[in-house]
Design a protein around this ligand. Structure first.
Ligand code: HPA
Ligand code: ZN
Length: 326
């Protein structure tokens, strides 16, 4: 359609994408074979059929099992390259990627292997596809703060390749306050700070992420809308929200995409962006998310252009890079 053409033509940044969540079943099966790792799927089709989760924890169980096929530098390189080639077709010109080092070091994969693979592919993506990048190290919130602090310190040899620290995994029962010291340390080390909050968790978790983690960007944030004073605060701060429509649908944060709060966020003056979260698991890459939410909410060209512009404004690009992109 016309709108799909308009969306395709918009240069975009993606700000909320878990690299391990871009592992397509085909690559998972191929890497399982290459590395002799046992997975409970005989084929990519079988894996896809198993993706029947309807809540965050059920997804996470499959996500952690899926990433167990990633063992070598080449595996991380293949994973990252596949994502970059795919998102280049959606006219993404800048990406800020989450990765979960604890999901790998726990399995005995050294951080150097992870980092060499990912950064090698990112550098190639910059050269060959013209896609700029930032990396955000995510801390698994279902583990202890002490383990998170150890993961942060272990990453310091790679400090020059990591722009920020994030917080992901099981939200309920693991409030932001659990990681207050870790985020203070991250700030002292000069990292930018982001956190998943208000996806499944209540508005209070968003307030905690602001007050106690001092976040520079809010991942998801949907449930902030339940608290008008919080909305006003986010608007006043011009806090960027990295919203993930198809993820929200798949994990039942919204019952139907037509009920999605994205337009209400824009109308409230919030700096919302569109992102794919875990595209191999949630049914679509960046362009799919734009197209699906445009159709569901009948978003206008102006609204779509605002979303794309927000993706650069809310990015961790330099001011000069932002100016060039917008
Ligand atoms: N939510 C929380 N943690 C995650 C996700 C998500 O969508 N994807 C990977 N880790
Ligand atoms: Zn996420």
């Amino acid at each position: 359609t016309d709108m799909d053409g308009f969306i395709a033509g918009l240069p975009k940044a993606e700000l909320h994408m878990h690299l391990e969540g871009s592992l397509e079943p085909e690559l998972m099966v191929a890497l399982a074979r290459r590395n002799g790792v046992e997975i409970p799927y005989a084929s990519a089709e079988q894996a896809r059929r198993a993706y029947a989760f309807t809540q965050l924890q059920d997804f996470l169980d499959l996500y952690y099992r899926g990433m167990s096929v990633l063992k070598t530098e080449q595996d991380f390189r293949d994973l990252t390259s596949a994502y970059l080639e795919r998102v280049a077709r959606d006219n993404a010109i800048h990406v800020e990627l989450f990765f979960d080092p604890q999901g790998h070091t726990e399995r005995g994969v050294p951080l150097d292997v992870v980092m060499r693979g990912i950064t090698g592919a990112l550098d190639e993506g910059q050269r060959k596809l013209g896609i700029s990048h930032r990396l955000i190290l995510c801390i698994l919130r279902h583990l202890s703060e002490k383990e998170g602090l150890e993961a942060l310190e272990a990453a310091l040899p790679w400090r020059h390749r990591i722009v920020g620290v994030g917080l992901d995994s099981s939200e309920k029962g693991h409030p932001p306050a659990k990681f207050e010291r870790l985020f203070r340390r991250a700030g002292e080390l000069g990292f930018l700070r982001v956190a998943h909050a208000g996806e499944e968790g209540p508005p209070a978790y968003v307030r905690e992420a602001l007050d106690r983690l001092r976040i520079d960007r809010l991942d998801h944030g949907n449930r902030s809308l339940e608290d008008p004073a919080l909305v006003e605060r986010l608007r006043h701060l011009q806090m960027t929200l990295t919203v993930c429509p198809l993820s929200n649908l798949k994990l039942k944060v919204v019952e139907r995409l037509e009920d999605h709060p994205l337009r209400r966020m824009l109308q409230a003056g919030l700096r919302a962006t569109v992102n794919s979260d875990d595209p191999a698991y949630f049914g679509g890459y960046l362009g799919d998310n734009y197209r699906a939410i445009q159709k569901a909410l009948s978003l206008t060209r102006d609204e779509l252009a605002t979303l794309a512009r927000n993706s650069f404004l809310g990015s961790f690009m330099t001011e000069a890079e932002k100016k060039a992109a917008i």
